[in-house]
Ligand binder design. Structure first.
Ligand code: IDP
Ligand code: MG
Length: 151
C-alpha cells in the first residue's frame, strides 16, 4: 500500500454554485485524509504553472480565464492510492462521459465547467501541492479511525 498525496481543486464553478461542502464531503467519506485546505484565487502565473501541460492547447485561454475568474478551494488529501481514489470519485474529464455517481457526472454537464480538479499521478500530486501550499500549511496528523478504514 503506497501512501500518496494529491491536490484537489473545487474550481470556480463549484464555489459559485455552493458545492464546496458536497465535493469535499464525498472525498472525506471515501476515507481520504484532509491535510491542507484554503480558499484562494488563482492568478495567470499560477494557472500557467498548474496547467503547464496544456498551455499550448487551443482550449487553454478559455481554461485560464475560467480558472482565474473567481475563488476556488485548494485541498490536499493523503491516503493509500489517494491519486486513483480521487480520480475515480471525480469521474471522467467530460461530465458527459463520467460514470453516474461520480462528482463530475452528478454535478456537471460541460467539459469546461467540470467542478473539480484532481492530480493525475503521484508525481503530479507532489508538483501541484508545492504550487498551492507552503510545506508549513500541510498538517501531519493521526486519525483515530484509521483501523476502520484500512485493513
Ligand atoms: P483532467 O482535469 O481530467 O485531468 P485534463 O485533460 O488535464 O483533464 O484537462 C484539464 C482541464 O481542462 C479539464 O478538467 C477541463 O476543465 C479542461 N479541458 C480539457 N480539455 C478541454 C477541451 O477540449 N475544451 C475545453 N476545456 C478542456
Ligand atoms: Mg489533468
Amino acid at each position: 500500500m503506497s501512501t500518496e498525496r494529491t491536490l484537489v481543486l473545487v474550481k470556480p464553478d463549484g464555489v459559485q454554485r455552493g458545492l464546496i461542502g458536497q465535493v469535499l464531503s464525498r472525498l472525506e467519506r471515501r476515507g481520504l485524509k484532509l491535510i491542507g485546505l484554503k480558499l484562494m484565487q488563482m492568478d495567470e502565473a499560477l494557472a500557467n504553472q498548474h496547467y503547464a501541460e496544456h498551455v499550448e492547447k487551443p482550449f487553454f485561454p478559455g481554461l485560464r480565464d475560467f480558472i482565474t475568474s473567481g475563488p476556488l478551494v485548494a485541498a490536499a488529501f493523503e491516503g493509500a492510492n489517494a491519486v486513483q481514489l480521487v480520480r475515480n470519485t471525480m469521474g471522467a474529464t467530460n461530465p458527459l462521459d463520467a460514470t453516474p455517481g461520480s462528482i463530475r457526472a452528478d454535478f456537471g454537464v460541460d467539459l469546461g465547467r467540470n467542478v473539480i480538479h484532481g492530480s493525475d499521478s503521484p508525481e503530479s500530486g507532489e508538483r501541484e501541492l508545492a504550487l498551492f501550499f507552503e510545506s508549513s500549511e500541510l498538517v501531519s496528523w493521526d486519525r483515530d479511525v484509521e483501523g476502520w478504514i484500512y485493513e
